[in-house]
Each structure stands twice: as C-alpha cells, then as structure tokens.
Design a protein around this ligand. Sequence first.
Ligand SMILES: C[S@@+](CC[C@H](N)C(=O)[O-])C[C@H]1O[C@@H](n2cnc3c(N)ncnc32)[C@H](O)[C@@H]1O
Ligand SMILES: [Zn+2]
Length: 338
Amino acid sequence: MAGCGIRAMRWGLESAAADGVPVRLHVNDADVDRRDLLEANLEALAPPVEITTVRAELLLGQAYLDGCFFDLIDLDAFGAPGALLQPVLQVLRFEGILFLASTDGRSPTGHDRRGALRNLGSAARVHPASWEMALRQQLGLLARQAWLLGRGVQPLLSFSEGRTFRLAVRLLRQLRPLEEQCLGLVARCERCGDQQFQPLMKLRGWPPCSCSQGQGLWSVSGPLWIGPLQDEEFLTVLQRDPCLKHADLIGSSSRRLLRRLAADPGSPPTVWPTAELAKRLGCSGPPPLDELVQALRCKGHQAFASALMAGQIRTNAVLPDLLQTCSEQAPEGIKYRQ
Ligand SMILES: C[S@@+](CC[C@H](N)C(=O)[O-])C[C@H]1O[C@@H](n2cnc3c(N)ncnc32)[C@H](O)[C@@H]1O
Ligand SMILES: [Zn+2]
C-alpha cells in the first residue's frame, strides 16, 4: 500500500543511515498507475528495491507459498485492514515488526456499532478516550489473529492524530505468560462516567458504579486489548538511537511524540478527560494535568498524562478518589462529597 512511495523512501533512507545491516525493500501498491511514480521516487535509494503493483492479498499469498518471510511489514491501509491481518502475520518473521495503519475511525470509536461487529468482531461504544479505544480495538483483533497461529504479540507503540490509527507490534514465536489476560472488556457508566475493565479470562458481573442506588448504566466495549499500548524499553532505545541525533532525520514533533509515548505505558485502560472531571465537580476549568498526576502518585495511585489524547489522565484510582484529588487541586477549592 505504498501510494507514492514516501514511506518506502523513508525506510530506505533510514536503513542506509543505520549500522550497515543489509536491507532489501519490497514496495507494492495494487494500483498499476503508481509504478512510474514509485520507480522515479525510489530510484536513488541505496538498498535494492523491488517494486510490484499487485493486490496485497496476492503478494502475501505468493510469499507464503514461496516460504518468503519479512522482517518488517508496513501496511498503510485505507479503511479497516482486518482482512489482511492473517496473511500478513503468516509471512512476518518471528520477532518481526508490523506497522499497521487504519483510517476506519467510525467503527472502533462506537459511531458505527454494526461496522465494529463486522470489522473487528467487537462491541464498540462511545468513550471520551476514543482514539485510545480505537487502537485497543485494533490491537485486540490483531492479537486474536496472531493467537490463532499460536504466536504472541508485543505492542511497541500506538498513536493517532484522530484520523489514522497507527500501531507497531512485534510478533513473538509464542504467547508471553498470561498474554490472554490482555484481552478484555472496558465499561463506562453513561451517567456518572465511572470506568471498569476486566479480562475475558476472569469474566464476572460488573460492580456497582459511582451512581447512587445502582442507577448506573454501563456501556461495554470489547473484546479489546486492555494491556499496555507502548513498550517503554523499546521507546527508550529508539530515542537513544544515534540516527535520531541527526536533526534532519526526525522532526521536533516526532521527537515530542516519542517522549510522550515513553512517559505513558498505556496501562491501565481507565482514562478520563480532566475537563470531564472538572465539569462533574462544577469547577470553571480543569486542574493542571501534571499536578493531578503528581497528587495521585503521592497518594500511591498509578497516574500518567495520556500520550494518546491531550488533557486526559490515566489512573487506577477509583472515580471517587480521582474526583476527591481533583477537587483538592481545583483553584476554587471545590469540596467533593462522596
Ligand atoms: C493510505 S494509501 C497509502 C498511502 C501511502 N502509504 C503514502 O504514505 O503515501 C492506500 C494505498 O493502498 C493501495 N491499495 C488499496 N487496496 C490495496 C490492496 N488490496 N493491495 C495493495 N494495495 C492496495 C491504494 O492504491 C493506495 O495507494
Ligand atoms: Zn454510574
């Protein structure tokens, strides 16, 4: 799905700048009219480049028949890429990396619930951390497809700008211990905003939410990935890569993104917009995110500024504790009564 070849060009340039590991690129787009452009754009690359213009299904099926495995596959799809996951995983080498893009924002964010069932085999409900939920839905599908082959998955990085949802995932020869516990359900009360999650392996009923007298209304999404979205070690090594020291190889916004992702493991999957918390408390504005993170950590909770969506906090604090801490940070000194 190379389009004009801009991503292939980048892979070619960066692999040439790296530590001399010989790289070969296979660049494909189903549109035959792209060939001339691809050839012109990729002509000057140092690594050998093979350009084809066939449907990805054909390319991947042929690679499988030929016993040809790829170290890295960059699938930059329009729409939902689910149908290609199984053929992609079958030709990805163990420890190989899949870069997966989806531009289907409606179904994984709960705005097309029938679409979510068709594309993801999952229930998707509207949630304020919508981009994160879309990435979790995509990862959940990917994990299930890899597990069908007896393989494990390790998310390396996950991010979005709201239109394209991007993942980098390492395929493992085997599942990691208890990896299946990363597949689960996320619930959010439509009235009080409370959130809960649970792995499918230990499925139980939902506890009462923070609404008084059991008036709550859980809306449940899943099965989706409830494990970490980022690999901190991978991101730390990536940021130290000598290639990234060259200012012209990576822009300042990409650098900031990597820093943000490294600072938020993407776990637990309970995330609140600070604006929603402020509104529930009747404050005029949200508390400073960093101060709220610190205050929650001082009380022994996990807390991170979400790297996925601005102005959101990830924490394992239960909603009453979160609101209490939030009210202590509010400039007006709003009192929160549980
Ligand atoms: C999102 S665009 C890719 C953009 C490109 N990666 C870039 O950065 O410029 C999707 C591309 O996938 C190609 N495509 C669509 N279906 C395909 C398929 N089944 N196999 C291969 N390519 C396909 C389209 O021709 C289109 O160029
Ligand atoms: Zn409730």
